[in-house]
Design a protein around this ligand. Sequence first.
Ligand code: 5GP
Length: 190
Amino acid sequence: MPVAAAPETVTCRGERFRLYLDEEAISNRIAELGAQIDADYADMEEPPIFIGVLNGAYIFTADLMRAVTIDCEVDFYKLSSYGAEKVSSGEVTLKKGIDADLEGRHVIVVEDIVDTGLSMRYVLDQIAAKNPASLRSASLLRKPAALKVDAPVDYLGFDIDNLFVIGYGLDYGQIARNLPAVYILDEDGE
Ligand code: 5GP
């Protein structure tokens, strides 16, 4: 069955967004990250566990996991989101912790986007306190110009411009997560 190409522009909550990263660019980069993770964890006795950060990272976590061929596990954290805003509130609230025991485990935190870095920092600190054997992080996107705290990303998809993005799991007031590609706010198109 033919699959329709992602449209060049979309309107979400009355604002215009333009195609920024198409499906091919995203899946090619995820394949590279998966191969890198395969190589990095091939000799480990215990399978790594991906900790996806909900809601935004659910699609990236699913695709990244399927780009990995070694044994691996998954669990999820849930943090507060942007709400209906386009800028970070600067406050991180835990909505759901994890069930898995992470002591002695190889953990890879998976975020959709590192903006100020506060969420990634928060999750890394929470998990570090559980004494994992190793702790790394992955993020599909990062806005280097917005970073406020040290939030290392070991497996990075793309550095992007400091503008609001939607699609591929990322929402605007809870909608737009189902767009198959990443769209960026079109400041000229408003
Ligand atoms: P940070 O804590 O790094 O400022 O932001 C992390 C969270 O804010 C991300 O996991 C994501 O849910 C949300 N976020 C940050 N930037 C964007 C963006 O450009 N678009 C959307 N939709 N969410 C974002």
